[in-house]
Design a protein around this ligand. Structure first.
Ligand code: NAD
Length: 366
């Protein structure tokens, strides 16, 4: 089966090609797919392969929620992303409209009511890994940027301020870095950090032999917190990890610690950050995710008129952004050409497997 190139990405990396025969590809063309939260970059990477295999596909910019779920009426499959709301109420509307599958174009499924999907016979599939390297590299990019104050230095030099005061960093070599959660992404973070000479400590409820093979010791959270110069979070958001980082755990960290979260906002209790940033308990904070990012991220608010902007104004988030030792990116850790190619391939394959009645290897169950 001939593939579809990611031609709109600069320096197209490869072509999306599914594991289906020509006959099977013919059989899936009638499947109707609607893709929510379809910003321009999504259309750029996903429209060519999706339209090739599923010509009856549609793309809508708003996220999936109770207001937009009706748009899925008459479609077989909805393609959704991290901040789409697939709540029980939304699932009911989808089911009434004839939707049979929720195809996540991400790994996390914390916003999908799996029990409601199962109740209505709606299958859920995800993209379990698409580029753990990309996410881990972004975490390390935040570490480097914060350590050498690249964000400050960039702004200063643009303004004509070439003074050095306030830009002093530290050597990364021999610094103690705690990696919390050592699955696909955490193990990549361990590999990079070990490679630049850090003393890495790991914590996970299930130790990963790949990490142990690197000679990285597993310790308890109680042992990890006070020892680390840098702590980077790579565990999923679960009831057991909700607000893992809070007033108490922050108080047990080394003074001046650098804290990095590219995982899920809910891992950190945002309210516990302000005192810690002002007292210097947290020396630097790098975030790619934020607790209440759902109604904020992935939208360009600068083009909205003031009243709309104020309706979405998140005072807590704006306060966090105002701290000089805080660097925030808009949930873009995954965003590389390689990741998008892998996401496009797996989403199209998941839909084909579902349509053809093949085993849905990436299905998610309650
Ligand atoms: P994974 O499932 O491969 O690994 C998660 C690890 O966390 C596992 O080893 C698991 O044992 C561990 N874990 C579970 N509960 C824990 C606990 N209570 N304490 C410590 N560790 C615990 O997942 P992954 O692919 O490495 O992704 C990790 C997370 O990264 C995802 O859940 C997602 O939230 C986030 N993520 C963010 C982006 C982004 O762009 N910012 C992209 C992809 C994934």
């Amino acid at each position: 089966m001939s593939g579809v190139g990611l031609s709109t990405l600069s320096g197209s990396i490869s072509t999306v090609s599914l594991d289906v025969s020509d006959d099977e590809a013919e059989m899936v063309t009638s499947t109707k797919v609607i893709c929510f939260s379809a910003a321009q970059y999504v259309k750029d990477f996903l429209a060519p392969p999706l339209l090739k295999y599923y010509p009856n596909s549609a793309f809508v910019e708003p996220p999936l929620d109770l207001d937009t779920a009706q748009l899925a009426k008459g479609f077989d499959v909805v393609v959704v992303f991290v901040n789409d709301y697939v709540t029980a109420e939304v699932v009911e509307v989808l089911a009434k409209g004839g939707v049979k599958m929720v195809a996540l174009r991400c790994a996390g499924f914390d916003r999908v009511d799996l029990a409601a999907c199962e109740k209505h016979g709606i299958k859920v599939a995800r993209v379990p890994t698409y580029s753990p390297e990309s996410v881990a590299e972004h975490a390390v990019a935040l570490i480097f940027a914060l350590n050498r104050r690249l964000h400050d230095a960039y702004m200063r030099t643009r303004m004509g301020n070439y003074a050095l005061s306030g830009l002093v960093g530290m050597e990364m070599k021999r610094k103690v870095v705690g990696v919390v959660g050592t699955g696909a992404i955490g193990v990549e973070a361990c590999r990079i950090l070990k490679g630049i000479g850090c003393n890495v400590l790991a914590y996970d409820v299930r130790p990963n032999p790949k990490v142990e093979a690197m000679g990285i010791p597993y310790v308890t959270m109680d042992e990890l917190l006070p020892q680390c110069d840098i702590i980077t979070l790579h565990c999923p958001l679960l009831p057991s990890t909700f607000h893992l980082i809070n007033k108490d755990s922050i108080a047990r960290m080394k003074k001046g610690v650098m804290l990095i979260n590219v995982s899920r906002g809910g891992l950190i209790e945002s309210d516990s950050l302000f005192d810690a940033l002002e007292s210097g308990q947290i020396g630097a904070l790098g975030l790619d995710v934020y607790e209440n990012e759902g109604s904020l991220f992935f939208v360009d608010y600068t083009m909205y008129e003031l009243r709309t902007r104020m309706q979405k104004w998140d005072r807590k988030f704006k306060t966090l952004l105002s701290y000089p030792q805080v660097l925030v990116t808009p949930h873009s850790a995954f965003l590389t050409q390689e990741a998008l190619y892998n996401i496009a391939t797996t989403v199209c394959q998941n839909i084909a497997d579902f349509t053809l009645g093949k085993p849905l290897v990436n299905s998610v169950k309650p």
